[in-house]
Design a protein around this ligand. Sequence first.
Ligand code: C2E
Ligand code: MG
Ligand code: MG
Length: 430
Amino acid sequence: MKHVSEPILVRSCAVFAVALQHAINAANAGSTLALLVLNLQRSDRIAALISASYAKKMRTRLWDRLCPVLRYNDQVLFVSHNEIWLLLPDLTAPELALLATHQILSVLEQPLTIEQHRVYTNPRIGMVCTPVQGVTASTMLRMADNAHKKALQEYQKLVVAQGDLKANLLPENLPKLVSEVLDANTLSIVYQPKIDTNSKRVVSVEALVRWPGDHPEYIPVNVLIETAERCGLIEQLTLHVLSTVLRESSEWRAAGLDLLIWVNLSARMLGQSHLPDILMHIMDIWQIPPSAIGLEITESALIHDIDQTTELLSQLKQLGFHLSIDDFGTGYSSLAYLRRFPIDELKIDRMFIQGMTESGQDKQIVQSIIDLAHNFGLLVVAEGVEEYETLHMLEAMKCEQIQGFYFAKPMPAQELLPWCHQFHHRHNVA
Ligand code: C2E
Ligand code: MG
Ligand code: MG
């Protein structure tokens, strides 16, 4: 039974949406209603996914943490193991919504202890407050959801959507916007170095696409990719990325910096049998051999049609492209696939990397991925390394390469050359 001073625990998204609509209708001009989408980048993600009893215990811990900072008429919905929606009605000023959000962040930033493990939740919040003219429950949810995506994308703890409905909703004409930006060639690329743990040399860079900074709309990378995939624009996007990469890298190659460049291939691209042809067409235009390019393919994209994927990867490999499996550990692929795919490296998903200093389970997962990769003669890259402690652990585990904010955030092409010089100089690498 609900304790009188406890907030209300809501059981489903539909019930939450009804409660939200009710709160919007009931809100009077002088009061503020805040809606929060809370994302937890949990260090115990796998445990929460595979054990229902563990997930339940953890949910109780989270509830116990949240209760003291919420009021009796606030409403809470556990949407999934890593997402919580909160509805805070009847606030007398918008500042109180901010205060509540900071309290929520501060109670969740303290590690939780469960089954003798310390669990970090890395909370990120997207928030929207009324009054927003003419808002409905679903538009308000979309606004808070977009704000939370922006918080994840920009590594911010809290992003508050502005009260202006138009500015914060993902535009209805998203496909048109993406198409226009692609046609105008204004998507930019940033590069993040991968460092060899032994030699402390920059061995390669990953190219990551960015929405144009001067565009009036803000579209996060994941939304951009998803829209391009859904609307048949992903081929155009991939070719734009590859061409830009070849153009920009020829400038730094001329200046003496010769790095392998990794480009991300979306799952949809793998379904296209003419993929090798279109990639080679661009390589030929720039007169650069495929051996200068690596293709990162997310693990989950590989396991749909194993025979077709194996065939396609073999063709790409034969042409000379390097191949990497991205976000490894999240796709539950079996060892059998790994043996069949002609790949060069495995990139361990950053979820495990970021959890490994605190969670014994994550550390074990990382160690077994490294051992597995080495048994198959593959290189291992750890992505998302932010702390020295993590780097140190990975070095001891014989992980060959590191990518992450500890060394560098993704940067524009013109910053890469001076950054590499400085980095090599600092590490006494000739
Ligand atoms: P990804 O390929 O796994 O790329 C790594 C992501 O992790 C990048 O996010 C990068 O900025 C971020 N990251 C790197 N080091 C750290 C770290 O130490 N800490 C944290 N918190 N994050 C780190 P980004 O650029 O937002 O890209 C997200 C995803 O979007 C990429 O994940 C990739 O799947 C996709 N993507 C990006 N560019 C392209 C592209 O040109 N084509 C396709 N198909 N997908 C792309
Ligand atoms: Mg990648
Ligand atoms: Mg990745």
